[in-house]
Design a protein around this ligand. Structure first.
Ligand code: SF4
Length: 163
């Protein structure tokens, strides 16, 4: 089912199904200091990864540009963790990152259980409402790693090319 959703989302005229977005119950005066505290660590992580990739190049490189279709923010795939850590993950993604569950169902991709989420910060013009404060998961997308195939959604303005 998730494959079908993602496949359809890749079509140019795709409109995501309406989802009633639940309110975040964690107040902003708690959420934002946590985000600000973590920001330098996110920058350091991004910098370390950029240096590592400059020194040892992955087999693929990212080319192209964002088309601002918003699909990577409408369809965020979060791997389900085991036991209580899944509850913590869900808390983190929904209350700190600002994501919401598009449905309560668990989806399956390559044998993994997946939560399908959207993001409250996506603006109508397809841009990010908290660009400079966006979470790590957003900064790392599309995923082009050393091993495995690059992960890019169908219809995305980016593509992966072999070096
Ligand atoms: S935080 Fe920004 S980049 Fe990340 S999913 Fe939300 S709108 Fe997209």
């Amino acid at each position: 089912m998730l494959d079908q959703i993602i496949e359809e989302a890749g079509n140019d005229n795709h409109k995501p199904a309406f989802v009633k977005i639940p309110k975040q119950w964690l107040p902003g005066f708690i959420r934002w200091p946590i985000k600000l505290f973590l920001l330098p660590f996110i920058w350091l992580d991004v910098l370390a990864q950029a240096i590592a990739k400059a020194l040892i190049r992955p087999p693929f490189k990212k080319v192209g540009a964002c088309k601002k279709r918003g699909n990577c923010c409408h369809y965020i795939l979060i791997k389900k963790s085991k036991g209580f850590s899944d509850k913590l993950d869900l808390f983190w993604h929904t209350q700190i990152n600002g994501f919401y569950r598009r449905d309560k169902a668990l989806h399956e991709v390559d044998g993994m259980k997946i939560h399908l989420m959207g993001c409250r910060h996506l603006k109508k013009d397809g841009t990010c409402g908290i660009y400079h404060f966006r979470p790590m998961i957003c900064r790392m997308w599309p995923r082009i790693e050393y091993f495995g195939q690059p992960q890019i959604l169908k219809g995305c303005g980016f593509r992966a090319e072999k070096r």
